[in-house]
Design a protein around this ligand. Structure first.
Ligand code: ADP
Length: 260
């Protein structure tokens, strides 16, 4: 059976003796696949009805002069919450795609310089009245083999998190550089920071240091899980350096030499 996945374990017994354990994990593997497909399908199916709801709420809010003023606030709440639901579904769908599809065929030669400049601008508009100082520095080779849309999601998530978790007027630096080890993007902020016991768990789905704060900032709790998966698919890795109360640095590392 081609689908059969086998796990081997070899244990050394006495001199010359060997014990081999073979475990068939096909069922486990299939269950995991079913879970992923289920999440992807549900997210996809929920998007259409939600689009209809969002559309009608928008229409109602547009006809404000004919509307009972008491309805305005509830409608605004409905709009805000349905937008949240939309981002959540989009993130779940993206994550499901990242986990299931094999992407090497979609690889392109991406210039990250214009991408990072537009992400810097988007982060600045997300900051709005909070007036964070957001800088971008680029050194070295900016051409990267990869999937443009995925890289953009990963880098934006890091830049937007820096804004979300840094008090107003804070400093945020985006720094891209290349060296003999590869290419790197550091996103550094001087915001709330993260206590050491949380750092290893941040890339788990829905893991949050402080859920009340994250709900206020409108995140989905999936951002760093997406970053991790995008980097894995590009044979890269995420490094997180942080100190509570002082700020955080998230570094994406892309290796110079990749496995074929
Ligand atoms: P969320 O939607 O909650 O922001 P993420 O997966 O993007 O979800 O991040 C997970 C958690 O990691 C956040 O809830 C927050 O506690 C923490 N975090 C992420 N980025 C930063 C940052 N730049 N500074 C401090 N904490 C952060």
């Amino acid at each position: 059976d081609l689908n059969t996945q086998l796990q081997y374990a070899v244990t050394r017994y006495g001199p010359g003796d060997r014990l081999m354990v073979v475990r068939d994990v096909t069922r486990l593997h299939n269950l995991e696949q079913m879970r992923k497909d289920f999440v992807a399908n549900v997210s996809h199916e929920l998007r259409t009805p939600l689009t209809v709801v969002v559309g009608y709420v928008e229409t109602l809010l547009d006809s404000e002069e004919q509307m009972n003023p008491r309805w305005k606030r509830p409608l605004q709440q409905m709009q805000q919450q349905s937008n949240r639901m939309q981002s959540l579904l989009n993130d779940l769908l993206l994550l499901a795609r990242l986990e299931t599809s094999d992407h090497t065929s979609e690889d392109e030669n991406v210039d990250v310089a214009p991408m990072l400049e537009s992400i810097r601008k988007d982060a600045q508009s997300l900051s709005g009245e909070q007036r964070h100082h957001i800088s971008l520095q680029i050194d070295g080779n900016t051409r990267l083999q990869g999937v443009e849309g995925e890289l953009r999601s990963a880098f934006s998530n890091l830049a937007f998190n820096a804004v979300k978790y840094t008090p107003e007027q804070g400093d945020i630096e985006l720094h891209w550089w290349s060296d003999d080890k590869g290419q790197h993007l550091a996103v550094k902020d001087n915001g709330v920071g993260i206590a050491p016991q949380h750092i290893n768990r941040l890339t788990e789905r829905f893991y949050r240091v402080d859920s009340s704060r994250s709900t206020n900032t409108g995140g989905t709790g999936l951002g760093l899980a997406i970053v991790k998966h995008v980097l894995l698919r590009h044979q890269g890795r995420l490094e997180i350096l942080s100190k509570a109360g002082e700020g955080s640095t998230f570094i994406c590392h892309f290796p110079a030499k990749r496995r074929p």
